[in-house]
Design a protein around this ligand. Structure first.
Ligand SMILES: CC(C)(COP(=O)(O)OP(=O)(O)OC[C@H]1O[C@@H](n2cnc3c(N)ncnc32)[C@H](O)[C@@H]1OP(=O)(O)O)[C@@H](O)C(=O)NCCC(=O)NCCS
Length: 206
């Protein structure tokens, strides 16, 4: 039976800040994960990190497009062992995502992911993406996609560890001329229930 997307599911309430302690051989950090709530403080933190680490330039309008529409799908991580701001610590990583209708399914999209160089390979990138995926799933996402440079071994490994698969190769996708891989994750159904029938309205009844 043909189905048409119904209204998107309600936005889940913001999560309280979450404190996580990580310890490895010579690194001990207290981390705080939070969702995006404050343009004055957090937009500059996000844009500074991203400008320093990603090859593609983004304008303030691109940041606002994502952050104002899907604040609950942007996570920041602060380290309180470092320089202190407002008692939260220094922002050392962020993930920025969205979720909207794509040809009749709810598709999440990871737009940006960055971890500061001094905090890499400690699991922070994975923890940021996991939290964004959890919220996407709560919001009824069927799948999540993103693009990663075909040469970005770290990012490809991170996403493949989380269950993403390579869906397509996009030739000369970046301004630099590098190819991208489109990566895709299909979410499992919630408790055996098909979110497509939960969130959509049969066309016959419209
Ligand atoms: C990609 C990036 C976000 C990874 O962050 P991170 O916090 O270091 O990632 P994690 O510690 O969660 O690593 C997850 C997995 O990827 C692997 N990995 C991460 N960086 C790697 C690298 N440079 N080379 C090889 N593997 C790497 C880790 O080993 C880990 O796998 P394992 O658990 O099997 O060892 C970070 O390197 C970064 O900010 N890079 C610059 C921006 C960027 O490329 N963003 C992604 C755009 S698609």
């Amino acid at each position: 039976m043909p189905v048409k997307p119904g209204p998107p599911p309600p936005i889940p309430p913001l999560r309280p800040p979450e404190t996580v302690r990580i310890s490895s051989a010579n690194v001990h950090k207290t981390l705080t994960f939070t969702q995006y709530t404050d343009e004055d403080k957090q937009l500059p933190e996000i844009s500074t990190l991203i400008k320093q680490q990603l090859s593609e330039p983004y304008s303030i309008f691109t940041y606002r497009y994502f952050l104002n529409q899907w604040p609950q799908l942007t996570f920041l991580v602060y380290s309180s062992g470092d320089e202190d701001y407002d008692g939260m610590g220094k922002c050392i990583g962020t993930v920025v995502c969205k979720l909207d209708d794509h040809r009749g399914s709810f598709r999440g999209y990871v737009a940006m992911l960055v971890v500061a160089p001094e905090a890499r390979k400690l699991g922070l990138g994975s923890m940021l993406v996991e939290r964004a995926l959890e919220v996407m799933h709560e919001m009824g996402a069927d799948e999540c996609v993103l693009e990663a440079e075909s040469t970005n071994i770290g990012a490809l490994k991170l996403y493949e560890n989380l269950g993403f698969i390579r869906d397509k190769r996009l030739r000369r996708y970046y301004l630099s001329g590098t190819d991208a891989f489109r990566l895709k994750l299909c979410f499992p159904l919630v408790d055996g229930e098909d979110p497509r029938t939960k969130n959509r309205v049969d066309e016959e009844f419209i």
